[in-house]
Ligand binder design. Structure first.
Ligand SMILES: [Zn+2]
Ligand SMILES: [Zn+2]
Length: 307
């Protein structure tokens, strides 16, 4: 399929497998278009340019992420909040994504992949990395602050590297003892289970586990004025809790999508730190096996399809 006006065609080389893909496949998140090719952490080379595209050339390395396009004119888009645009389109939800040999991206929303990352290593940056970075911003954590990370999958693995780079004291809660020890290796000052309380009140926390119980565990660990940023597109529900736990200006905030500025800032930071990604590679033809492994918690880093 040739690219339309404003689009670029990408020969896909790698595509990350995200929990959101699993939510779509399992019906937790409703399909907006059917059939749909999933995949929104797409890396490849520009193969063809649509009409009017001037800032890409054939052969350039490019990435496609979750935000496929926003309208550019609504009140959200006009105020730097294109992630909230009501007419936004999403890769692998509204538009075919990267579980494919070729993908079409809007040129204005395609991302430059920083040097220092091969295609496989770059793919997980495009969702887990960027959304984790936005979650840190939403949580209001400041350099040197006390940050809790709840759940320690692909996104948290990247997020902790940014937080440590910022000089934060990072406390990680996750059920899996292996993940707890990996968190310590990556610079967490403390790691424990969800039922354990970090040894000091947190300034902010980010939850990655798609569980309302975990959100409440994070809330209970906050100091006064602290924020829990919920990094999840789907949550089964949040159990009732006492207002005393929210009192003293604690906040619960969801994190929805990201803006191109978030993506560019994070990709620049990823190169500067440099962020290390851990990849479990699967051939494209085994995408279902990768999704199954993700649903069973068998992925150690981030699953990436090689195309
Ligand atoms: Zn994702
Ligand atoms: Zn808009």
């Amino acid at each position: 399929m040739p690219p339309g006006p404003g689009e670029i065609a990408l020969d896909v080389t790698a595509c990350g497998v995200c929990r959101t893909d699993l939510h779509l496949c399992e019906g937790d998140v409703a399909l907006r278009h059917s059939p749909i090719v999933p995949g929104h952490q797409v890396v490849g080379r520009v193969a063809a340019l649509g009409e009017g595209v001037t800032d890409w050339k054939v052969g350039d390395r490019a990435g496609g992420a979750w935000l496929a396009r926003s309208c550019g004119v609504c009140s959200y888009c006009a105020t730097g909040r294109e992630n909230l645009c009501e007419r936004a389109e999403f890769t692998g939800w509204d538009r075919d994504g990267g579980y494919a040999t070729r993908a079409l991206l809007y040129a204005d929303f395609a991302l430059r992949i920083p040097e220092g990352f091969d295609d496989m290593a770059a793919a997980p940056l495009l969702c887990g990395g960027v959304i984790g970075y936005r979650s840190l911003k939403v949580s209001g954590i400041r350099p040197g602050g006390r940050l809790g990370l709840y759940g320690f999958g692909a996104s948290a693995l990247l997020t902790i590297q940014v937080a440590v780079h910022w000089g934060c004291e990072v406390f990680v809660c996750t059920r899996n003892p292996e993940e707890q020890s990996r968190a310590r290796t990556l610079g967490a000052v403390w790691a424990g289970g969800y039922e354990q309380m970090p040894p000091a009140p947190l300034d902010a926390a980010v939850t990655f586990a798609p569980s309302g119980e975990v959100v409440l565990a994070a809330l209970r660990a906050l100091g006064r004025g602290g924020t829990v940023a919920i990094n999840a597109i789907h949550l089964d529900g949040v159990p009732a809790f006492s207002y005393d736990e929210l009192w003293w200006e604690r906040s619960l905030r969801s994190v929805a999508n990201f803006t191109r500025d978030d993506a560019r800032e994070f990709l620049a930071l990823a190169r500067e730190i440099p962020v290390r990604t851990a990849v479990d590679a699967y051939p494209l033809a085994e995408a279902n096996r990768a999704l199954l492994a993700l649903s069973r918690g068998k992925i150690r880093g981030a699953a990436v399809l090689t195309v």
